[in-house]
Design a protein around this ligand. Sequence first.
Ligand code: HEM
Length: 450
Amino acid sequence: MLATLVAIASGCLAAYYLIWRQWESQRLQALAAASGCQAPKILPNQWLRPFGLDKLGKVVEAEKKSRYPLLMLEEHERHGDTYAQYGGGLYTIITRDPVVIREVLARQFKYFDVGSARAGCVRPLIGDSIFTQDGKPWDHSRKLLAPLIRRPTLSPLRLRSRRPSRRRRCDPGQSQRPPFDLTFSVITEFLLGPAASTSSAEGKAFAEFFNTAFKWISKRERLKAFYWLIDGWEFRASCRRARGLVEGIIRRTQQFIDDSGSMEDRIALFRLMKDDNDIGEIRDQFMNLLLAGRDTSGSLLCWCMYVLAHERSLLGRLRAEVGEILDGRLPTKEDFGKMKLLGQFVCEVLRLFPPVPINGRLCNADTTLPRGGGPTGDSPILCPKGTLICFSAYAVQTDKSLWDNADKFDVARWSTERSLTDRITDWTYQPFIGGPRKCLGGEHPTLYTF
Ligand code: HEM
């Protein structure tokens, strides 16, 4: 009797599923037809098609060899500006078409989320805030943080000047550590003030726990939707301890923040700490900003040094420019406007070596995108709810059809007054992305590099 009931229930469920699938498919076909959509080029998967595990394996392998952006570029050159494939369980549209990217990040912003995988991957360390949220919670965080970080009176230049220690600079096995340690301490102090200095024992311990947790996060990110497979005691303990230490630092800072507001121009999160907000919220806002700003600025510094090691004459010209404008004193914000060559140099480094070379968005409603379909790729394409859009600033910024001598490092391409504005406007240059979610800290890259 029970077996019969189970069989009937299973049959009903299966029938319901098939009817629903049919109905869904007809609805999507109608939407596609109404917008003149054609299918994009869909790359076949070798095995386990619905999960796209072969594609995921290829990505993981490329990331291990630090050549994921190069893989994306090669695939675009082989398959076109926009194509589709199943990857890591998701139907994925992969694009380097600026028109499609603008549609996703700006024109149809509300239909594209950062998605739950990003949040799940990093939440144990940074909690929930601007970097991981979507919809109303994101809007709240953005409105809260944007005015704090972009205050005209606030300047990271007020931080005392710092250099990596001589011992670290000489350690060849740790060539990437000094820039990342430097940006870690600059951003931490910029956001929380001197009490968070990473030269204190507490600050050092925080940096250690944060870095350990971050190594785990990098591995989790590689697995996309399957990030949860990478977990462990060390990861959880480092996250817990890093979060605990930050709370201690925030409490201490709150004690010496007084009503006179004397520290307001030296601590970006001053208002947040002063207004008696929940300590957990302040901690998460800070951790999100640190995660968003530390590696990006550190990576920019590394690439600047890499380029300068190869372009010795450019180094000489940059030294001459900076020396002439500053004449031995520390710079002001206005000085950076005068350092034309330095600005062009940073633009070109960010073009060839964008710190966020690949990015993604998850579609939250059935919609269409203006290009990528049909034999020429000029027709609109259908983008059903649940589609992952993967786009690469690196592939756009090194696209030979958009840039003359795309592979060549050439500061002169930024020498005319409008070159940067024009490139940002037509979305062919997007190291800080664009649209409502564009980088909050990316207004003064020259300043960070200095
Ligand atoms: C060279 C340095 C930097 C680069 C290239 C860079 C690049 C980016 C990019 C591409 C995004 C978009 C990420 C996404 O939505 O998927 C982003 C977002 C963000 N960045 Fe930066 N960033 C830099 C420095 C900073 C700094 C120093 C801070 C803050 C102290 C910062 C704060 C943020 C925040 C808060 C977001 C999230 C904005 C939102 O979702 O509304 N960034 N950045």
